[in-house]
Design a protein around this ligand. Structure first.
Ligand code: CA
Length: 403
């Protein structure tokens, strides 16, 4: 029996191995890897596997930060070393002895967020929002199919799954007269896929074909949104306080290597994008991942990520094409993920069509936007490299009353 045989569970087997930051003692946080319901320190695993000192050093910190300064070759060696340690029968006793039940660990943000960019890359979502916010006008703005629209978010308000979310306050538009200040009346979620970046490029661009070398992993993300505050403030520079109060991410980063088999072709593009966004000859960068939106335990929507028009590789190429470069720990999110059907929408704004078609819940109540006390959890699944099901780390948060 290997450690993998003894600890793996469905969704978190030997072909997944997401990374996280955990504390299980007074010693402080460590970079860990998840296997089943346990987390194990990565540096200790690499010592078992006889990894090179430099690779051990890259993982011997509180989180992913050091590893993100390295390149793809190191990331691949580290993952191979982890697999070796978890599948060598002679290591099993000592590895299992080091495994900490997740229920006994404190989990932190898995990396220090450098810059945070939030994109708007899903056509179904963008069309729905266009129809709701700008009725009578074209659903998509003229630029939408030429570039992945994005804005800079607030890196400092990205919080780990489980963090409670006080209802934000701000200026809310009123049917007549000036806006009023108070708690948001239209608090919402956005089900998104987040991408963790590394192998820094101090100044310069990252070509679309080089995305594999810089996208370290994927993490489920809920970009909480106050629709009333957003609707009043967003013209002409885009979202600000309606978004920046909190963005939740899962505490487990799924490495790109675990999603090789989930890769799939993106939607057809019409018109053809500019050359720096042309992915017709590069590896497929869409992923067949289904995201459940769970409200107080009830699945209210299942959003298909593979419907998203712009891929992560295109987003990375776009955000660096002006020479901006990237830092280890930069982070971007896909934008709300929605499919063509009502039960595939990734926000309550869309599910309730701007509040005009409230959603009926199993308990008989109706909801358009979030109430104090509501808990929203994002869960996702994909096919793992061995054909089993891979469960992305969930992203959850509960709404507290305004402070
Ligand atoms: Ca968003």
């Amino acid at each position: 029996m290997t450690a993998a045989d003894r600890l793996a569970t469905e969704g978190f087997g030997i072909t997944h191995l997401p990374y996280g930051s955990f504390s299980a003692s007074a010693a402080g946080p460590k970079l860990g890897v998840r296997l089943g319901g346990h987390v194990i320190g990565v540096a200790a695993l690499l010592r078992h596997a006889g990894a090179a000192p430099g690779d051990i050093e890259a993982t011997d910190g509180p989180n992913l930060d050091r590893l993100l300064t390295c390149d793809r070759a190191v990331w691949d060696r580290v993952r191979a070393g982890i697999v070796r340690a978890l599948t060598e029968p002679s290591f099993a006793e000592s590895v299992v002895a080091e495994a900490v039940p997740i229920s006994e660990a404190t989990l932190h943000l898995p990396f220090t967020v450098a810059d945070y960019v939030d994109f708007y890359g899903n056509e179904f979502h963008a069309s729905n929002v266009g129809k709701i916010f700008r009725p009578g006008q074209p659903a998509l703005t003229p630029n939408w199919k030429h570039l992945p629209i994005g804005y800079h978010g607030r890196a400092g308000t990205i919080v780990p799954s489980g963090t409670e979310i006080p209802r934000p306050k701000g200026l809310r538009p009123e049917p007549e007269g000036p806006p009023t200040f108070g708690p948001s009346r239209r608090l919402d979620i956005e089900a998104e896929m987040g991408f963790v970046l590394g192998s820094p490029v101090p100044r310069g661009e990252v070509a679309l074909a080089d995305a594999d070398g810089h996208i370290f992993g994927l993490v489920l993300t809920n970009d909480w949104s106050a629709r009333d505050i957003q609707a009043f403030e967003y013209v002409p520079l885009g979202p600000f306080l309606g978004k920046s109060f909190a963005t939740s991410t899962a505490v487990w980063v799924t490495p790109l290597a675990a999603l090789e088999r989930a890769r799939t072709a993106p939607p057809a593009r019409e018109p053809a994008p500019a050359a720096y966004l042309d992915d017709s000859t590069t590896p497929a960068w869409a992923f067949d991942i289904r995201i459940d939106v769970v409200l107080n335990g009830e699945v209210v929507s299942t959003a298909p990520y593979d419907t998203t028009y712009w891929t992560a590789a295109q987003m990375l190429a776009h955000m660096t094409v002006n020479g901006a470069g990237l830092r280890a720990g930069d982070f971007f999110a896909s934008g709300t993920i929605s499919g063509p059907e009502r039960n595939q929408r990734g926000s309550f704004l869309e599910m309730s069509w701007g509040g005009t078609e409230p959603l009926s819940l199993a308990d008989g109540t109706e909801i358009s936007f979030l109430r104090d006390g509501d808990e929203v959890t994002l869960r996702a699944r994909a096919v793992a490299p061995d054909g089993s099901t891979l469960a992305l780390g969930e992203c959850t948060g509960r709404v507290l009353p305004a402070r």
